[in-house]
Design a protein around this ligand. Structure first.
Ligand SMILES: Nc1ncnc2c1ncn2[C@@H]1O[C@H](COP(=O)(O)OP(=O)(O)OP(=O)(O)O)[C@@H](O)[C@H]1O
Length: 359
């Protein structure tokens, strides 16, 4: 649906060349809610703005729905752009106009007749839940309502693609959730492919099915959301994942544990999907001569699939512990020995946390 092929964009600032996009190869499939995440300056805005040629690439192609936009005439490009809606962090609405007039704007500019405009605008305003606000002025709306107007305006031309440029970054968490819910409905009910750029992993977790991580104008990692959350490969991706799914022992617990007994080792377990329901800890204790302390655990949901993290201390002879590790692996649960800041696996004992609560 959207394909970047060797897409680069350079800016010249004084005598310096800034590589905002550095040979991007990326494919967004029809029906995706595709998230691009990165820190400030990574190149996200530049990337999304090339999809409707608000920025022209200096090199490479941007293919949208089979057409290379960079090769189209102005008139062809205007036609193609009707298939692409966009919403913005700061809404980009006209405050001197009513909600209705803001939403009607793209149709008015294309010369659509009044009756049709009225029908379509009322339809999309109903869809975004603002049918009672048609005559209100933008200044009389909350941030969330403003973004709903932005979404209605983007939908009014029946686009195939919706571009979201940090669409929830100016909103509080509750409002963010409701806007993300609305975007999910846009994707499902209107069958619109969505490309979102964000610096918030929460947004990726909530609605995206696929994600790319950007750094210094490049895509450093890409995959489906479950894959990226369960096995992030780069430090930047790990940091983003950590921001919403903690899977490290909290510092306070580290501090209470003391290095001592070689028979005590700490492991991190990741459960994905149905595995979350497995009573694995109690099974291990019944089957093997070990004790287990649960140090930390959480569970979250990714695309309706449960995703859990557990950090446990196994107390027992090394040979027995290795058998436990194998047993857990055989149950399709990821297990790795915890490393402390890149040091060798640590063994702990002492303190209340060292007292087995299972077995
Ligand atoms: N018009 C411009 N002229 C010069 N440099 C630019 C221009 N636009 C962007 N840049 C530079 O390109 C790089 C990528 O910027 P971009 O805005 O795409 O990043 P971003 O990931 O969207 O960051 P943010 O989240 O802060 O907007 C940055 O180094 C930025 O300073």
């Amino acid at each position: 649906m959207i394909e970047f092929i060797g897409t680069s964009k350079q800016y010249r600032l004084d005598k310096k060349i800034i590589k905002a996009l550095d040979h991007i190869d990326l494919k967004v499939n029809k029906g995706d809610i595709f998230g691009v995440i990165g820190f400030s300056g990574a190149g996200k805005s530049t990337l999304i703005r090339t999809v409707n040629l608000l920025e022209t690439p200096t090199e490479g192609k941007v293919i949208v729905d089979g057409k290379d936009l960079t090769t189209l005439s102005k008139r062809q490009l205007r036609e193609e752009k009707k298939n692409i809606g966009m919403i913005f962090q700061h809404f980009n609405l006209l405050s001197s106009k009513t909600v209705f007039d803001n939403v009607a704007m793209p149709l008015t500019l294309s010369g659509v007749n009044k009756r049709e405009i009225e029908k379509r605008v009322n339809e999309v305003l109903k869809f975004v839940g603002l049918e009672s606000k048609t005559t209100a002025y933008i200044d009389q709306l909350s941030g969330g309502q403003k973004q709903r107007v932005g979404i209605a305006r983007a939908l009014v031309t029946n686009p195939k693609i919706l571009l979201c440029d940090e669409a929830t970054s100016a909103l509080d968490p509750q409002t963010t959730k409701s806007i993300l819910e609305l975007l999910k409905r846009v994707n499902i009910e209107y069958n619109i492919t969505i490309l979102i750029i964000t610096h918030e992993m929460e947004v990726i977790r909530e609605i995206c099915n696929r994600v790319a991580v950007m750094e210094n104008g490049q895509i450093i990692e890409t995959g489906n959301v479950l894959e990226i959350f369960s096995a992030p490969k780069t430090k930047t991706t790990r940091d983003f994942v950590q921001s919403v799914v903690r899977d490290e022992i909290p510092q306070s617990i580290y501090e209470q544990l003391q290095v001592a007994n070689p028979n005590e080792r700490i492991f991190k377990l990741k459960f994905i999907g149905v595995d979350v329901g497995q009573p694995i800890v109690s099974e291990v204790v019944k089957k093997f001569s070990v004790d287990i302390n649960v140090l930390f655990g959480n569970i979250t949901e990714l695309q309706k699939i449960p995703f859990g993290n557990l950090i446990i201390e196994i107390v027992g002879a090394d040979t027995e512990t290795e058998k436990v590790v194998q047993f857990i692996k055989n149950r399709n649960v990821q297990i790795e020995e915890v490393l402390a800041n890149g040091c060798k696996p640590r063994n702990y004992s002492g303190s209340d946390l060292g007292n087995p609560i299972y077995g």
